[in-house]
Design a protein around this ligand. Structure first.
Ligand code: ADP
Length: 495
């Protein structure tokens, strides 16, 4: 097989002069700095994007403030209708967006179609459904009356204002949709800064949002490096930041937001997610589970499993079967529909993984499979299995965000729980067993924002998602996101 043909619309989009999306239209940056966007599969430059300036930031936030004034007053039903139309447009442009996503991120084309576009449309419709269901409470005040007067109280959920959404490169399309959907459903406006590595799909989606009827200013897109995100957070016109990305950047974002007159911040960060197999799980089922948890999209998923705990009695056959399966994966171009394993998303990330492999070797961790990076222009990294020497090995503690599964055997359940919880992070974890009673007893003991049983990584818009400990603050999805995108106003009346 070979690469699919690029659509004419994709070629035409790439050939354009890319600008910023401010107040309902594409405009040039007020500065001249640009950043190349490269295809990680072959290193070729796909396009150049603007590295926005402070003047662009001012213009985008001013637009978002105007957008907020009108969008927040529109009826919930009208807001939902726009978002439903945008979901339809995402599906109508599924192949175009999927091809752009694969070109910019190296994601397998099948994953771009199914997750980045189709799932994103599902998430968008789920959020849109909430627009008409956001309510407060009526409350009977608790204290006794002093002299026969009476009291009544209720709460209102009011949109927080101008949101800044900061998006990483791993699921650039879907995560941007989560951010804009959360903001627009609740009546907020939003300025989104995509990752400088993967900005292209969002620039196109902003145009589709206008076509869906979104008024000018409700959604703005500023491209550029991290300084653009920082300037947006520190802008006095910003009311809230919704960030998804790495732990160090997330901490900097949280600090900048708190320093900017307590701008609200929700942070969805990484982790070092634990995956535990009890001894009753069959080897082939465990191998399927490890591939699902650790190797989907080359492990470049914040919820991916990174620490794998297997009962000592099961370790050797499992590592052998896993290595054999990984060795059979067809590695190649992400635009070839038969490829099963593509490149990682960019050169700095490939280089970081090479350094982690060198550290693993230097520390005496055993590399059971893989452990090398490609030497061509593409950002290829072998799917890698590592057996740690001890709990202190770097690969058991530092997030790789790559196609790397690090194993450690355990001897009993108390030790397993201790190992799983001995981490500063707590985004997700999974537990694999056929023993339901045992699973039910272990679930409350495992420290994670999301715990999967006999599955890993599947996110559903109805199920809240977010981290405990150093993996973040706040929750996306479900009804939980509403708390983070609205302020609660209490009204009390004496009569
Ligand atoms: P990754 O994309 O590798 O997870 P980061 O967490 O560094 O890495 O980046 C996530 C997003 O945060 C990107 O859009 C990036 O440009 C942006 N960013 C980087 N540094 C900052 C910063 N200091 N303030 C705000 N945003 C930033």
């Amino acid at each position: 097989m070979s690469d699919i043909a690029l659509l004419p619309s994709v070629r035409a989009f790439l050939a354009r002069e890319h600008g910023l999306f401010i107040h309902g239209q594409t405009v040039p940056s007020q500065g001249s700095a640009t950043i190349p966007v490269r295809n990680p599969a072959d290193g070729q430059t796909l396009a150049h994007i603007a590295d926005a300036t402070q003047a662009d930031v001012d213009q985008a936030v001013t637009s978002a403030r105007q957008g907020f004034a009108s969008w927040s007053r529109s009826s919930p039903a009208a807001r939902a209708a726009v978002l439903f139309r945008l979901a339809d447009l995402l599906e109508a442009h599924r192949e175009e967006l999927a091809q752009l996503e694969t070109l910019q991120s190296g994601k397998l084309i099948g994953i771009s179609r199914a997750f980045e576009v189709e799932q994103a449309a599902h998430f968008l419709r789920y959020y849109a459904g909430w627009a008409t269901k956001i309510t407060g409470q009526t409350i009977t005040p608790s204290l006794p009356s002093f002299a026969g007067e009476r009291y009544s109280a209720y709460t209102l959920r009011e949109p927080i204002g101008v949101v800044v959404g900061i998006v990483p490169w791993n699921f650039a399309t879907m995560i941007a949709i989560w951010k804009l959907a959360s903001a627009l459903t609740t009546g907020c406006s939003i300025v989104i800064k995509p990752s400088e590595f993967t900005p292209l799909t969002l620039l196109r989606i902003a145009e589709l949002a206008s076509e869906a009827g979104l008024p000018a200013g409700a959604l703005n897109v500023l491209t550029g490096a991290g300084h653009v995100g920082k300037a947006l957070i520190e802008h006095p016109g910003t009311d809230k930041v919704s960030f998804t990305g790495s732990v160090p950047t997330g901490i900097a974002v949280g600090q900048a937001a708190m320093g900017a007159k307590l701008t609200r911040a929700t942070l969805e960060l990484g982790g070092k997610n634990a995956v535990a197999f009890l001894p009753d799980v069959a080897t082939d089922k465990a191998v399927d589970g490890i591939i699902e948890a650790g190797f989907l999209h080359s492990g470049q998923i914040c919820a991916a499993g990174e620490r794998f705990y297997v009962h000592r009695s099961r370790l050797d056959p499992l590592l052998e079967a896993l290595s054999q399966r990984l060795g059979q994966l067809k590695v190649g171009s992400p635009l070839d529909e038969t490829t099963q394993f593509g490149p990682v998303a960019n050169k700095p990330h490939q280089q970081k993984l090479a350094e982690l492999f060198a550290t693993a070797r230097a520390e005496g961790s055993q590399i059971i499979h893989g452990g090398r990076i490609g030497d061509g222009p593409g950002c290829f990294v072998e799917p890698t299995v590592i057996l740690a020497k001890s709990v202190n090995d770097t690969l058991l503690n530092q997030e790789t965000f790559g196609p790397v599964a690090t194993f450690l055997p355990y001897d009993d359940e108390d030790q397993l729980l201790h190992l799983m919880n001995a981490s500063p992070y707590g985004l997700s974890a999974s537990l694999w067993t056929n023993d339901l009673g045992k699973a039910m007893r272990l679930i409350p003991e495992i420290q994670a924002g999301t715990l999967w049983v006999n599955m890993h990584t599947l996110l559903d818009p109805a199920v809240p998602f977010g981290g405990i400990k150093a993996s973040g603050i706040g929750r996306e999805f479900g009804s939980a996101f509403i708390d983070d995108f609205t302020e609660l106003k209490s009204v009390m009346i004496r009569y």
